[in-house]
Design a protein around this ligand. Structure first.
Ligand code: XMP
Length: 323
């Protein structure tokens, strides 16, 4: 039967056996899954692991700094930070299709990991043959990897992988659900700020801009998202809400009246959901006054946004993310 202790023991043994004396790298995203996967692999192979944090420019406000600070402080892991924002932005230029965006982001992640691999090898630390990913059971199922399931969306670390992948994958969380991953993380001694974080997708804000991803749109969405997160935290709602995607409808414009006159801007969507495992979800019945505060602040503080709308769709039929 299932205990966090037995999962850890089993995975540590399996990882040691798989890796032997070789080296592994692990992509850290700032999220729970990759942090727990990294901590588990570090427990198994210690300094044979290097973590790589790819700043793809699609992160939320303050996220990069947080990974550098919290995770390294908690684990003492070796961390390599790669600024790849230019690379991702140019690969995404002109692309609006959600699945295409996901595949591009998945591919670019791997290319950056390959580069990091080459650098580690060049430093004389030995061969890197393994890539650690924090893939969970629901990611596998929704990317069409489970038996008899359709591909709903290609999670960047499953269906988005290039075919000429040079790495062997280590995916110690592949059979677990999020709540189980949190328990494993806790048992491994990771702090609450990491273990209790709300989910955030690997492709980041790239799949929360409906339309083409550009630097200006990312900056705008980052501001709106930071306001929503700040107010949700201030209202004490972080534990009640599974996650709250903030989405920019970049291809939609709406008329507003702001300051001295007419504006023609973009709507922002708030998508607060309640869920156990992200396979199904319900829209969160949030207090109106918190919604009002978020709406007022976003329309006042974020240029080009003149409307805030609330998504009141369950999953199914709507997925949690818009893309
Ligand atoms: P959906 O939108 O499929 O999302 O209902 C379910 C959960 O998965 C997250 N998500 C992702 N996570 N890579 C990730 O690491 C992805 O490509 C990806 N797509 C969705 C989403 O935020 C939600 O928690």
């Amino acid at each position: 039967d299932w205990t966090t202790g037995s999962v850890i023991e089993e995975q540590v043994a399996a990882i040691r056996e798989q890796v032997g004396g070789k080296r592994a790298i692990c992509g850290l995203s700032g999220g729970v899954d990759s942090a727990v996967a990294a901590a588990l692999v570090q427990k198994a192979i210690g300094s044979q692991l290097t973590c790589v944090y790819v700043d793809h420019g699609l992160m939320r406000k303050g996220e990069t700094e947080q990974v550098e600070k919290d995770f390294v402080a908690a684990t003492g892991v070796q961390l390599k930070v790669v600024d790849a924002s230019e690379r991702f932005l140019s690969a995404l230029a002109g692309v609006s299709d959600p699945e295409e965006k996901r595949k591009i982001i998945g591919r670019e992640f791997i290319r950056v990991f390959e580069q990091a691999q080459a650098e580690i090898v060049a430093e004389g630390s030995g061969d890197v043959e393994f890539l650690v990913q924090g893939t969970l059971y629901p990611d596998v199922v929704e990317s069409g990897g489970g038996s008899g399931t359709a591909n709903i969306k290609s999670h960047h670390n499953v269906g988005g992988l290039p075919e000429d992948l040079e790495f062997q994958l280590i995916e110690p969380l592949r059979k677990l659900f999020k709540d189980e991953v949190r328990m494993v993380g806790q048992e491994l001694g990771l702090p609450d700020e990491i273990v209790q974080r709300q989910p955030f997708p690997g492709p980041g804000l790239g799949i929360r801009i409906v339309g083409e991803v550009t630097k200006d749109r990312l900056d705008l969405l980052r501001e709106a998202d930071a306001i929503a997160r700040e107010e949700l935290t201030a209202a004490g709602l972080d534990r009640d809400i599974w996650q709250c995607p903030v989405v920019l409808l970049a291809d939609v414009r709406s008329v507003g009246v702001q300051g001295d006159g007419r504006t023609y801007g973009h709507p922002i969507v708030l998508r607060p959901v309640s869920s156990e495992d992200a396979m199904t979800a319900d829209w969160t019945r949030m207090p109106y006054d918190v919604l009002a505060k978020i709406s007022t602040r976003i329309t006042n503080e974020v240029a080009d946004v003149n409307r805030v709308v609330l998504d009141v769709t369950s999953k199914p039929p709507g997925t949690i993310e818009w893309e």
